[in-house]
Design a protein around this ligand. Structure first.
Ligand SMILES: [Fe+2]
Ligand SMILES: [Fe+2]
Length: 501
C-alpha cells in the first residue's frame, strides 16, 4: 500500500511465502509500478527484485512443482514432400528492408521522443483511417470544445490518439486517457455481460502508448467519453508471398543460445550439428536465423560471472563463431542481437560491432528488429524483450504464451508500444518499431518458449532456446522449451519443429 500497490487475492499465497517483501517494494519503487498487484505484475517485480538485490542469493522457500512442457515431445511430424528442394542448388537471396545499424540518428532528447511518438501516431493513424471508421476522426481539442453538443448516442464522434493511464475500475470497466498533439481526454469502456471485440478489450486491457481510435460520446458533465467502439488498425487475412518453385528452400529459426553460460546445452547442440550435416530435411535449409542472445554476455545481471563458463565476452563470441562454422557450407546465418549481446540495449538495436565478428564465416550480422526478405518471403525478426511488457499489461498474455504477445503486436502494428516499461527504446524520428508491412513469417525469442502457428495468414514462430532451465527460472516455476529447431519452407510455407532433447 505504501507504494500504491493493491495486492490481488490471487497473489496472497505467493506474497506470504516470500522471506521478505522489502526487495519487492524497492523494485516497485524503482519501476514506478502502481495499481493492482496481480500475478503478472508480481512475476515482473520478482524479475526486478533479482536485478535490484546485488550480492544476495534468493533461495526459494518451496520448490515449485515442475511441469513437463506439453508440446515438446508432441510435435507434429512433417512430410518431407513439403520441403522439396536442396539448399545447395539455390543462390542466396536476402534483401534487408529495415536494419537500424548505422542509421540511428537520435540524441535521446525530449524533442526526439516527441518526434518519435508523433511519427508513430501519424503512421498508425493512417492505418486506422484506412480501415472502416463510422465517422471522420476529429482532433481531441475539437471534441473537447464541442463537448456540450457531443453527448448522447446520436452525436457520437471518433478521435485517434495514444493511450495512457489505462486501468480497470472496481466494477470491471476499462478507464483510460487518450491524447493527440492537441489535447487529451478521459474515456470509459463499460464492462457488459456480452461478447464481442469491445468486451475482449475490456478483458485484455490496453498497453500504454497504444495508438487507437475511439468512437463514443461525452457524458453529461463533458468530462469523460463513453466509448462505443475501439479501433485498432485493420488486420485482414494475409496472403503470404512465396519463393518460386525453383527456389523452394527452407529457413530455420532458433534464438537464445546463451553461449558462455553454464546452462548452455552443449550435447544437444552437437546433436543438432550432426543432424544438420546428415538429415534430408537439413539439406533443404538455406538460412539459419538466430534472433538474439547468441551469447550470455558479461555484466548483464548481478553476479552473472558465477553462472558463466566462458567469462570473457570476446571468447564467447569467438566460440559462437567457431561453432557456427560446423554448419554445412550451404547454410547462411543471420545473427541478430538481443538484450544479452554487447550492443546498446535500446531498441532498435544495431548489429554486433565488427570487432566481435572476426571468427565467423557465412554469417550476416543485422540489427534487432530486422525486416528482410528471403527469396521474396518477408520475414520480421525481433528478439522480443517487449513480451515482458505485454505480459505485464495484457491479461491475455503470460510468459507461457508468448504467441499471444506476438498476435497482440500484429493487432496493434507495433513491436514495443510502451515507453518506460521493461523495454528500453531509442526514440528515432521515424518509429520503425511500427509494423509497417505485414510479414509472411514473424519470429521472436527471449522468453525461451517454443511455438508455431498461423495467425491471420502470418506464420508465427516463437523460436526455441539452447539454454537449460536457470536457477532463476526454477525459482519462478518457469519451464523453458529448449533445443527445438523450427524449419519453414519458403515455397510451401510448411513448418516443422525438430526437437534435439
Ligand atoms: Fe534469452
Ligand atoms: Fe533475451
Amino acid at each position: 500500500m505504501s507504494v500504491g500497490l493493491i495486492p490481488a487475492r490471487s497473489v496472497r499465497e505467493r506474497l506470504l511465502s516470500l522471506p521478505s517483501i522489502d526487495p519487492l517494494i524497492k523494485a516497485a519503487e524503482a519501476t514506478g509500478s502502481k495499481g493492482m498487484l496481480d500475478e503478472a505484475m508480481l512475476d515482473l517485480l520478482l524479475v526486478q527484485k533479482e536485478e535490484a538485490v546485488i550480492g544476495r542469493t534468493i533461495a526459494p522457500i518451496a520448490e515449485p512443482e515442475l511441469v513437463v512442457p506439453a508440446r515438446i515431445h508432441n510435435l507434429d511430424h512433417y512430410r518431407i514432400e513439403d520441403f522439396p528442394m536442396e539448399a545447395r542448388d539455390v543462390d542466396s537471396e536476402i534483401t534487408v528492408h529495415f536494419d537500424i545499424t548505422g542509421n540511428s540518428v537520435t540524441e535521446g532528447k525530449k524533442e526526439d521522443i516527441q518526434a518519435c511518438f508523433n511519427d508513430r501516431l501519424k503512421q498508425i493513424r493512417r492505418l486506422i483511417i484506412d480501415g472502416k471508421l463510422p465517422n471522420r476522426p476529429i482532433a481531441i481539442n475539437e471534441a473537447v470544445r464541442q463537448r456540450k453538443q457531443l453527448t448522447g448516442r446520436d452525436n457520437s464522434f471518433t478521435i485517434i490518439g495514444l493511450v495512457k493511464e489505462s486501468n480497470t475500475t472496481k466494477n470491471g470497466h476499462l478507464r483510460f486517457t487518450i491524447e493527440d498533439a492537441t489535447s487529451e481526454v478521459r474515456c470509459m469502456l463499460m464492462q457488459r455481460d456480452e461478447e464481442g471485440p469491445n468486451q475482449e478489450i475490456v478483458h485484455a486491457g490496453l498497453m500504454d502508448d497504444d495508438v487507437i481510435g475511439v468512437t463514443g460520446n461525452f457524458n453529461q458533465d463533458g468530462g469523460t467519453i463513453f466509448v462505443d467502439d475501439i479501433h485498432f488498425p485493420p488486420l485482414k487475412q494475409h496472403k503470404r508471398r512465396t519463393a518460386g518453385s525453383d527456389q523452394a528452400v527452407s529457413a530455420a529459426f532458433i534464438s537464445d543460445l546463451h553461449l558462455g553460460s553454464k546452462t548452455f546445452l552443449e550435447p544437444q547442440w552437437q546433436k543438432m550439428m550432426k543432424w544438420f550435416n546428415e538429415d534430408p530435411l537439413a539439406k533443404t535449409i538455406r538460412y539459419l536465423v538466430i534472433s538474439g542472445d547468441g551469447v550470455d554476455g558479461v555484466g548483464i545481471y548481478p553476479n552473472q560471472d558465477k553462472h558463466l563458463n566462458i567469462p570473457d565476452l570476446f571468447n564467447q563470441y569467438s566460440r559462437l563463431g567457431t561453432m557456427l562454422q560446423e554448419l554445412p557450407d550451404w547454410v547462411e546465418v543471420l545473427l541478430l542481437p538481443g538484450n544479452h549481446d554487447a550492443v546498446r540495449p535500446a531498441e532498435p538495436q544495431p548489429a554486433l560491432d565488427p570487432e566481435l565478428q572476426t571468427d565467423y564465416n557465412n554469417t550476416m550480422f543485422v540489427g534487432n528488429p530486422c525486416d528482410f526478405s528471403l527469396h521474396g518471403v518477408r520475414v520480421l525478426s525481433y528478439h522480443g524483450v517487449s513480451i515482458m511488457d505485454f505480459v505485464a499489461s495484457l491479461r491475455t498474455v503470460t510468459f507461457e504464451t508468448p504467441e499471444a504477445a506476438m498476435r497482440a503486436m500484429l493487432d496493434r502494428r507495433h513491436l514495443a508500444p510502451s515507453w518506460g516499461g521493461k523495454t528500453p527504446l531509442s526514440p528515432e524520428p521515424e518509429d520503425r518499431l511500427v509494423i509497417q508491412e505485414i510479414p509472411d513469417i514473424f519470429v521472436t525469442g527471449h522468453v525461451h518458449g517454443h511455438h508455431t502457428e498461423t495467425y491471420k495468414g502470418v506464420n508465427l514462430v516463437h523460436s526455441s532456446t539452447w539454454q537449460d532451465q536457470t536457477d532463476y527460472q526454477r525459482m519462478l516455476g518457469f519451464q523453458p522449451k529448449p533445443c527445438i529447431l523450427t524449419v519453414v519452407n519458403l515455397h510451401t510455407h510448411a513448418m516443422a519443429a525438430i526437437p534435439f532433447v
